[in-house]
Design a protein around this ligand. Structure first.
Ligand code: 13P
Ligand code: SF4
Length: 318
């Protein structure tokens, strides 16, 4: 039987146990990104940043990988572990950054720099990965670029903010694809300055996808995992956090008692929530494990071309 509109128990606790039973019966594993809703993070077997999720997907012995994240992450899981069935709660969970780099336009762009090495941020499609020499995530981008000989020209795609951050950190001159993330572009510098005045003891911590002007004000810059670790380990008690606000869930759990302020967006909106990540819900996870669908597939020729730069990243970042 296929559930298109499943009849679900109304209470979250029941949904949790239903999902857990299904998981056991089907030898499934749920991998979730830090930007997921709290209940989705809580039902997951593993919550992590992009690099940790890629590693977990590569290593899992589960038959069914349920990816509660966005499309490029689940696609990465399939590329790294093709013998497993990879399913997503909602196949429409894309990524504005990935969409900002269409494969044909990128092929024309890189043709202008034929001798350049291509470093692509993992937030891109398999078609972009297949055109790249190595992939990076926000947690290893600086280290990956540092591994490339100093006299070698480099194209960095698709995020221009992360690219500018890496260029500054490594002293390298990178050719940047001009992509951005709708969430990380949204933070209001003016409102953050106001918050700093009201909370002078607070540290501003930011994801490197944020704009350079904001990063220049940050006390600490890092991937989602690095931000979480910093909040847990720092002696500071108040933080203004400039990234998608889903990360606050793990921060609250692992650093209770600390004052966590989500950096405010420019407008009167919830633009600091990733609309793609938030398409995944507990109900859709239940339906997806039950139906073992929708399944994410990658054509074999594309998968093989995209695998080499992903494996190189994992080798270079042990
Ligand atoms: P992380 O690699 O820090 O998890 O970031 C993923 C992401 O999509 C940021 O917008
Ligand atoms: Fe993509 Fe931005 Fe959402 Fe991350 S937060 S998945 S980069 S749209």
């Amino acid at each position: 039987m296929r559930l298109s509109s499943p009849t679900l128990p109304g209470v979250d606790k029941d949904l949790f146990s239903e999902i857990n039973q299904l998981k056991k019966a089907k030898n499934a594993v749920i991998l979730a990104h830090y930007y997921q809703e709290p209940d989705v993070q809580d039902v997951a077997d593993f919550v992590g940043d992009s690099l940790e999720l890629a590693r977990a997907a590569q290593k899992t012995s589960a038959d069914l990988i349920v990816f509660a994240g966005v499309h490029f992450m689940a696609e990465g899981a399939k590329i790294l572990n093709p013998s497993r069935k990879v399913i997503m709660p909602d196949l429409r969970a894309g990524c504005s950054l990935s969409d900002s780099c269409p494969p044909e336009a990128f092929a024309r762009f890189r043709a202008r720099y034929p001798d350049h090495f291509i470093v692509s941020y993992i937030n891109c499609s398999a078609a972009i990965k297949a055109q790249s020499d190595v992939i990076c995530t926000s947690s290893n981008a600086v280290g990956i670029v540092e591994k490339i000989p100093k006299n070698q020209g480099i194209i960095f795609a698709p995020d221009r903010n992360l690219g500018a951050y890496v260029a500054k950190a490594t002293g390298r001159d990178l050719v940047l694809w001009q992509g951005t993330c709708i969430v990380h572009e949204t933070f209001s510098e003016r409102k953050i300055i106001e918050l700093k005045i009201q909370n002078p003891e607070a540290e501003l911590i930011a994801h490197p996808e944020c704009e350079p002007e904001l990063l220049a004000r940050a006390d600490f810059i890092g991937s989602t995992s690095a931000l979480l670790k910093h909040v847990c380990e720092s002696r500071t008690s108040t933080f203004i956090i400039a990234t998608e606000e889903g990360i606050l869930h793990q921060m609250r759990k692992r650093a209770p008692g600390k004052k966590l302020i989500a950096a405010p967006p420019n407008g009167p909106c919830h633009c600091n929530e990733c609309p793609f990540m938030k398409l995944n819900t507990l109900e859709k996870i239940y339906a997806c494990v039950y139906n073992e669908a929708p399944e994410l597939t990658v054509p074999d020729d594309l998968r093989i071309r995209a695998l080499a730069p992903l494996e190189r990243m994992l080798e270079w970042s042990v």
